[in-house]
Ligand binder design. Structure first.
Ligand code: BDP
Length: 688
């Protein structure tokens, strides 16, 4: 039990459940045109049933009672009435019906990809405890492009990766194919993820050379049966670096022609290539602004090259310049005025919050503010700022909080992203992957749940994070309800815990320099003001917090009126976002009755207490979890507890040095002097 099988373990059910399963899955009957995707669906069902029920069902073409029938609309026997038109290209129905007089279970879809998704959904239902005769589900994805973004370099180093080297063995590709590539695609298909950007947004032009296109095409061929399309991050200056052109100006005809030829070349190798992801004029990456052109000029040039082939451009809105008065306001200032100026196959990809994947941020003000532009939501699955893969932090609640945030423009972020609010046809969601070559794929057992939660919410952004976590636990650890729910409870509490022990009350970016491991609230000497934690918390004798109201940067005004009004006033700002928007005196009165100073300390304490509680709960689960994984998670929790205490102590020591206030009565003083916390350095932390 090293976690390698992810949530696709298919361990034997109990005796009675096995019998029930076999009664409904005696045989697998495909009524669909043969294809590699259909074959993948059939294989998964046979493998899953063999594991769960202890007997592999036969593959036949005869319809008998108790068969599991994979059926597409075009091959459906007369009399099979299903809501086909509601299923789209990828949706499915799971239902017990009578076909030619026989009681069978159908997995029905318009095409073979729907059958594959339906097969995984049926297996999931059975694994999570559903009675196989009562499974009755209809589902179709709400968002069109559901993508993982890999920040994987061509030398296999993964930027912000905490699970070992990249899965992609670029050196051995295209000739030698690691069997993991299939399992990667299976895992994604089991969640409904349908695309992977293979290389880092901090891109090298080399990834667009012929040898690397061939390597990417080899991966695309492995992924294809599973519906996972390949995308590439494109370096904007590639026409100069690879093509020898004097410029990469997007309005230059030779540059445009270069991209056109490059796109044609890529599509010859991968006819279903998804498109380009681009980080431009951001953190040193080249872009159209280098030539006095706009983001729209740059994106549209690439879009034109991809359009004849049906590809898209995902153009990132993660930008901030050194001279900006407030980094949180910059993407909005640059992108919002471009609304309506992007080609139809451009999607602007926006991080969930306006800074950078913090434990908590308000939703990004661009959501809802660009009605004429498709916006993709970019979430980070890898936990760059949330304790890497050593801390157990379940991100389902974070993802859900963003998706459910009301933009004040007539709908939530989910309604912007799924295109319903502004009638977008092209829709997308992206998660920065946490996968690597570690045996358990994600650096820890519980980090697998973050990949899982992302995939499930990408398929249906209205799903409840608790339900998704419950499914994951049932598939991965145990379906026994008491133990399952105890694990779910730990997971759901973990996100608020990390907020509390790192950055409570709307604080952000207090992490140490570069690697972002551990506390560094005192850091004030970096080249750019907006890289320093002191820039973000602004603590002094007078108080703490970033004034983003009219008396400060006024970034709050970027939100729609109802939201902006609420957050412009500290009394109507939720405590969770208080110091994001307001600079307040240390004795400011909090709703709890405490002063701000006392509340800050109480939150740090609460964060540590929650981790203590998680570790206790896990100990109590020892009888319910296999020894190998139990010990591994316990070891991770011990590290997390130590580091939560370090965060709490270092931050309290630092903020006390700034506020000059005594610790409230009963507060445990930090174990060390501030100087000792400052002196800690981690030159070899992973993920840089
Ligand atoms: C930041 C990361 C950096 C990424 C950047 C991005 O620290 O490694 O390159 O975001 O999203 O979170 O482009």
């Amino acid at each position: 039990e090293d976690g390698h099988e992810l949530w696709l373990r298919y361990r034997p059910l109990t005796g009675a459940a096995q019998a029930r399963l076999l009664a409904e899955a005696r045989e697998v009957v495909p009524l669909a045109a043969p294809s590699p995707t259909l074959q993948a669906a059939v294989q998964e069902l046979r493998r899953g049933i063999a594991g769960l029920a202890g007997r592999e069902p036969a593959l036949t073409s005869r319809l008998r009672a108790g068969a599991l029938v994979l059926v597409t609309r075009s091959q459906a026997p007369p009399g099979l009435v299903l809501p086909w038109s509601e299923l789209g290209a990828e949706g499915y129905v799971l239902r017990r019906v009578h076909l030619r007089g026989q009681a069978v279970t159908v997995i029905a879809a318009n095409g073979d990809l729907g059958l594959l998704y339906g097969s995984f959904a049926w297996l999931r239902a059975v694994q999570t405890g559903a009675h196989p005769a009562h499974v009755d589900t209809q589902s179709a994805p709400r968002i069109g492009l559901r993508l993982l973004n890999h920040w994987d370099n061509l030398d296999r180093h993964v930027e912000r990766g905490y699970a070992g080297a990249s899965l992609w063995d670029w050196w051995k590709l295209p000739d030698i194919l690691d069997p993991r590539y299939v399992d990667y695609a299976r895992a994604n298909a089991s969640l409904g993820l349908n695309g992977a950007v293979l290389n880092n947004v901090n891109a090298k032009a080399d990834s667009l050379t012929a040898p690397f296109i061939a390597k990417a095409a080899a991966l695309a061929a492995v992924f294809r049966p599973y519906g996972v399309r390949v995308y590439l991050s494109a370096r904007f200056s590639a026409p100069v670096e690879l093509g020898g052109l004097p410029t990469a100006d997007p309005l230059d005809p030779a540059v445009r022609a270069w991209w056109q030829v490059k796109a044609d070349e890529i599509y010859r190798a991968m006819p279903d290539f998804g498109g380009f992801l681009v980080k431009a004029n951001s953190e040193g990456q080249p872009g159209p602004q280098d030539y006095g052109r706009s983001h729209a000029d740059g994106a549209n040039m690439l879009a034109q090259a991809l359009a004849p082939h049906g590809g898209v451009v995902l153009w990132r809105a993660f930008v901030y310049a050194a001279d900006a008065s407030d980094r949180a306001g910059q993407a909005f200032a640059e992108f919002q005025p471009l609304d309506g100026r992007f080609a139809p196959n451009v999607i602007v990809q926006v991080k969930n919050g306006p800074i950078d994947f913090q434990p908590r941020e308000p939703f990004h003000p661009l959501f809802g503010a660009m009605p004429r532009t498709p916006l993709a939501l970019e979430l980070q699955i890898t936990k760059e700022y949330l304790g890497f893969s050593t801390h157990l932090v379940h991100l389902g609640p974070l993802f859900q909080e963003v998706l459910r945030a009301d933009t004040g423009q007539g709908g939530t972020v989910a309604r912007v992203v799924d295109g319903t609010l502004h009638g977008q046809r092209v829709t997308a969601i992206a998660g920065v992957a946490n996968t690597g070559a570690d045996r358990n794929w994600c650096g820890s057992h519980f980090d697998q749940a973050n990949w899982y939660a992302f995939g499930r919410l990408a398929w249906d952004p209205d799903q409840d994070a608790r339900t998704v976590a419950r499914d994951w636990v049932a598939q991965t650890f145990t379906a026994q309800p008491a133990a399952r729910d105890a694990i779910v409870q730990m997971m759901l509490a973990s996100r608020e815990a990390v907020v509390d022990y790192m950055t409570p009350l709307g604080l952000h970016h207090l992490m140490a320099t570069g690697h972002h491991h551990g506390p560094g609230p005192w850091v004030d000497d970096l080249a750019r003001a907006d890289w320093n934690p002191t820039y973000f918390h602004r603590a002094g004798r007078d108080g703490i917090g970033f004034d983003r109201t009219a008396t400060g940067s006024n970034a709050v005004a970027q939100y729609a009126a109802p939201v902006a009004q609420r957050w412009a006033d500290p009394r109507t700002t939720p405590p969770e976002l208080l110091l994001w928007f307001h600079h307040l005196p240390w004795d400011y009165g909090m709703p709890s009755g405490r002063t701000l100073w006392a509340e800050l300390i109480a939150r740090y304490d609460r964060g540590v207490a929650t981790v203590e509680d998680m570790a206790r709960r896990w100990q109590a689960l020892k009888p319910d979890v296999d020894a190998e994984r139990h010990a591994d998670v316990a070891a991770h929790l011990a590290v997390q507890l130590r580091e939560a205490r370090w965060w709490r102590d270092a931050c309290i020591a630092y903020f006390q040095s700034v506020s000059g206030l005594p610790l409230p009565a009963g507060t445990r003083p930090p174990g060390l002097d501030l100087a000792a916390y400052k002196a800690l350095h981690f030159g070899f932390a992973p993920g840089r």
